[in-house]
Design a protein around this ligand. Sequence first.
Ligand code: HEM
Length: 487
Amino acid sequence: MMSAIMSISPGLPSSSQPPLSSPPPATTLPLRTIPGSYGWPLLGPISDRLDYFWFQGPETFFRKRIDKYKSTVFRTNVPPTFPFFSNVNPNVVAVLDTKSFSHLFDMELVEKKNVLVGDFMPSVKFTGDIRVCAYLDTAEPQHAKLKNFAMDILKQSSKTWVNEVLTNLDTMWDTIESTISKSGSASYVVPLQQFIFKFLTKSLVGADPSTSPEIADSGYIMLDRWLALQLLPTVKIGVLQPLEEIFLHSWAYPFLLVSGDYKKLYQFVEKEGKEVLSRGKNVYGLSLEESIHNLLFVLGFNAFGGFSVFLPSLLSALLSDTTGLQERLRKEAREKGGSTLSINSVKEMQLVESVVYETLRLNPPVPLQYGRARKDFRLSSHDSVYDIKKGELLCGFQALAMKDPKVFDDPESFIPDRFVGEKGSELLNYLYWSNGPQTGSPSESNKQCAAKDYVVLTASLIVAYLFRRYDSITGASGSITAVEKAK
Ligand code: HEM
C-alpha cells in the first residue's frame, strides 16, 4: 500500500446540503492507491458481470471485494457489458461506507449527467426523446426548472395526498380481505400495485384513472412493462441461469415494444392532467411535451417504481417479525395521533417512523447511485484517502453503505427502534436512501429525491392505518394468509 500521511477534510455533503449536525472532525488519514483492477479488456468486465448477476449476486459481489482488498473503496466493473453494450464503460470506483458514499451528494465534486443507472443510459425514446429531470446534472439550467416543477407537483398534491392514500388503502385491504375469505390467502402484489398507481395518479396528475377503463385496468401493468424494458440490463431478476444472462442482460430491448402503452399513458395525462400541465407551462416555462414526459417519468419511474420496490419490503418486514413488533405498533398507532390519521398525527408515532427508516436502511429501494468526478479530488473513507481523477465514475451500493459498522450498531439486524430518540435522530444524518442524508433537503442545486419526506410520510401512514384497522396480520413474503380485525 502506498502511504503518505496527509490532512484532509471529510467527504461529507458540502454546499448543496445542509451541514450534518455533528460532522466528523477533519482527520489525518493515510493516502492509499485505489485497490482492485478492471482486468483484461472484455474478459474483466464479463467475469465481473457473471459474478454480479449469477455467481454472487450484487451484495456478495461488493462484499467479497471489500474483504479481498481490505477497503470499502476499490476499482471494479459493473454491468451491463459486452457483447451489445459496446458504448458502455463498465469501469467504476466503488464507494461502500457512509463516508466515501457521501461524496456522491457533493455537487461540486460529482456530475450527475446521464448517470441515473450508471454509464448505461436507456434510450431517450422511452421519454419522448427528452432527457428528463433525473438524467440532468445540476449545472444544466433545465434541471432547476424541472426539479422545481417536480417539487411544485408534490406541493399541489399535498392537499389531497393523505386522503388519497387512506381511501385507496380502504379499497386495497377490502380486496385482500375478500380474497382471503374466498381462497384462504391473498397475494398482495397486484392489490398493492393498483393502490400505488391509483393514489399516485390522483395526487400527482390530479386525474382519476377510472375516467379511462383501459388505464384503470392496466395502467400499472403498462408502467411495469415500460420500467422493465429500461432497467432489465442492470437488474438481477432471478430467472434460471444462463437464460437470464443470455436473454435479459445481453442487450437493451427497444422502446417499440411498449410504445403503444406509452402513447396511451401520454394521452391520458394530456387529457386529464390539464391543471398540472398548465403550471408546467405558465410557472416553469416548459413546453407541453416536456411537462408531459417529465410528469410521466416522475409518476411512472420515480414514484410508482420507487414505491413498488419499497412497499413490499415494508410489508415483509412486518410479516416476518417474531419479536412482538406488530403489538407495539398497534399500541402506538392507536394511542397516538388523534382520531383521524394525518400528516401531523403520524409524526407523533416515533416507532412507526423508525420502522419505516429501518426498512429503508436495510432495503434501499434504489440500491445504486452514481456520480462522475467533475475534477481531480481526494476522497476519504473512514480509514484512508484516495485520489480520484476527473471523469472517473463513482458507484455507491447503498445496501452495504447502510450497513456500515462504524455508524450502525449491529448493522445486519432489523432493529425497529434504531431511529427513535436523540441517538436515532443523529443516525438520520447517515440514512441515504433518497440520494442524500435524511436530514438534507431536496433542492434545485442537488439531486436528492424530490419526494424524500412524502415517501416517509406515506409509508408511516400505511403502517399506522394497518394497525388501526387490524390487531394483527399474518403471511409470508408476497401474500397475506390472515388478518385479525381491530377489536
Ligand atoms: C419509495 C419511493 C421513492 C424512492 C425510493 C425514491 C428514490 C429516489 C432516489 C434514490 C433518487 C436519486 C436518483 C439518483 O440521482 O441517483 C430520486 C430522485 C428523484 N425522485 Fe424519488 N424516490 C421515490 C419516490 C418519489 C416520488 C413519489 C417522487 C414524486 C415527485 C419522486 C421524485 C423524484 C425526482 C424528481 C428525482 C430527481 C431529482 C433530481 O434530478 O434532482 N420520487 N428518488
